[in-house]
Design a protein. Structure first.
Ligand code: ATP
Length: 237
């Protein structure tokens, strides 16, 4: 129903032997919003996203996505979500077209050919469609990853540092594309970032993580006035 959050986690935790990677954390994310997980190296962002996706099994807690229990009913909801994560590499020997066609097939996209062409057009990839993915520049690879992440028109998109190591213009362009996608489809986006300007540009709300815990949450403007723009990264990252 309309009122169900896109994501809701309760008591979510992951530990590796003596290392507490995440939690326990509780948070929920409303549909149609873009929320950032902001934190420095080792804050637990990647592990949190990987648990929501089912790539990492939690030590404790529950995860609901679009009204379904992800630990027991993941198969009911996987076709409605998508992601970009360093946990999953793109096959570099396949051409861009082959890559996107494979993912379109995995997601059961009806008109795979048309969808691949449409995404290539909107992500400025048409001229690279028949090039091996491994031969692309970093910015072009990111656009292919994004095309893959949008192939099934997901209601929920999880992204792990989508603009890391890109030049500022490409990063801005990617952010604009994500924002436009959210607006056009009222989609929900959860993204990990350690980049305050990025979350300021994109996010309605920011969850700040440190040492696997949530230390604060608020709109970017509110956090900036609470901590001071220049302190913000130093305080938390
Ligand atoms: P980064 O920006 O470096 O990816 P992060 O916020 O995404 O940081 P995580 O990758 O989630 O942080 O890691 C959180 C903590 O869990 C770190 O201390 C990390 O060393 C630890 N950790 C993550 N994966 C494993 C693993 N497979 N085995 C042992 N420890 C792990």
């Amino acid at each position: 129903s309309i009122d169900q959050p896109a994501i809701s986690v309760t008591g979510l935790a992951k530990s590796y032997d003596a290392v507490n990677a995440v939690g326990p954390v509780d948070f929920s994310i409303e549909k149609g919003t873009i929320v950032g997980l902001l934190g420095g190296n080792g804050a637990g962002k990647t592990t949190t996203i990987a648990m929501i996706l089912g790539l990492v099994l939690p030590t404790a807690g529950s995860i609901r996505v679009l009204g379904h229990d992800m630990l027991t009913d993941r198969h009911r909801v996987l076709h409605r979500i998508n992601f970009e994560s360093p946990y999953v590499d793109m096959p570099m020997r396949l051409t861009v077209r082959q890559n996107l066609t494979v993912f379109a097939g995995l997601y059961g996209v009806g008109d795979a050919k048309g969808r691949v062409a449409e995404l290539a057009e909107s992500l400025d990839l048409t001229e690279f469609l028949d090039r091996p993915s491994g031969k692309l520049s970093a910015g072009q690879k990111t656009r292919v990853s994004l095309a893959k992440a949008l192939i099934n028109r997901p209601e929920l998109l999880l992204l792990d540092e989508p603009t890391a190591s890109l030049d500022p213009d490409t990063a801005d362009w990617i952010r604009g594309t994500l924002d436009r996608y959210r607006r056009e489809r009222n989609a929900t986006i959860l993204l990990a970032s350690h980049n305050m300007p990025e979350v300021e540009r994109l996010c309605d709300d920011v969850i700040m993580m440190k040492g696997g815990k949530i230390v604060d949450r608020g709109a970017p403007k509110a956090l900036i006035s609470r901590y001071g723009r220049s302190n913000l990264e130093d305080v938390f990252l």
